[in-house]
Design a protein around this ligand. Structure first.
Ligand SMILES: Nc1nc2c(ncn2[C@@H]2O[C@H](COP(=O)(O)OP(=O)(O)O)[C@@H](O)[C@H]2O)c(=O)[nH]1
Ligand SMILES: [Mg+2]
Length: 202
């Protein structure tokens, strides 16, 4: 990873899932390569950015996620249309978070573009003794809904980089020229603005 500001492409990656499944931690691990037992509480709906090099391109990633207090998943709806990839996360030690995956999947099915890459993630895979959801169960749900599937541990740094890199790789393989969602003007404008800015300094 690098700090230079120039980039060839910008991708939006959206993380959704029940509170405390580890959304912030996945982002922290991927971008800063750190883990915090008590990560700062996310306020509202926010993003972090990073620039990575992949497939001879410099790619700016905007990684979005909602606050842990976010109870109304409908408020995330208008972001589905501009996401290049959506990661649905559950905690392998918490059945409620896995059961809630169904709700996210239904929302995503209704509001995302058909070509959006979708990945189901069972996080906290390091907590082996506390595991409640078996790997095979998670994988089956993912496959039956057309999702890729990974189990990750932000704590032990397992599969986090792989998941994000696979997402980027899969997105880059798509024909994204017809991707803009005209029903999502906010993010679209933001993208246009950033592309303009790119010509200047950053
Ligand atoms: N053991 C373990 N704990 C984790 C992992 N990921 C996150 N956590 C912990 O789970 C809690 C919630 O994480 P956070 O990233 O804030 O979840 P969020 O609400 O989905 O953003 C924190 O105490 C984290 O340290 C993981 O992979 N393994
Ligand atoms: Mg968070």
């Amino acid at each position: 990873m690098t700090n230079f500001q120039q980039f060839d492409e910008q991708l939006n990656i959206l993380l959704v899932g029940f509170s405390k499944v580890g959304k912030s931690s996945l982002i922290l691990r991927f971008i800063d390569n750190t883990f915090d037992e008590n990560p700062p509480i996310t306020i509202g709906f926010t993003f972090k950015t990073t620039i990575i090099e992949q497939e001879q391109k410099r790619i700016k990633l905007k990684i979005w996620h909602s606050s842990s207090q976010e109870k109304f998943i409908s408020s995330v709806r208008h972001h589905y249309g501009t996401a290049d990839a959506i990661l649905v996360i559950y905690d392998i030690t918490n059945l409620e978070t896995f059961e809630f995956v169904k709700t996210w999947m239904e929302e995503i099915e209704k509001h995302s573009k058909p070509q959006t890459l979708k990945i189901l993630i069972g996080n906290k895979a390091d907590l082996r003794k506390e595991r409640i959801i078996n790997y095979e169960v998670g994988k089956k749900v993912a496959e039956s809904h057309g999702y890729l599937f990974y189990e990750t541990s932000s704590k032990d740094s397992v599969n986090v980089e792989t998941t994000f890199r696979t997402a980027v790789s899969s997105i880059l393989q798509q024909d994204r020229t017809k991707d803009w969602d005209e029903n999502a003007p906010l993010l679209q404008n933001e993208n246009k603005k950033e592309k303009k800015e790119k010509k200047g300094c950053c």
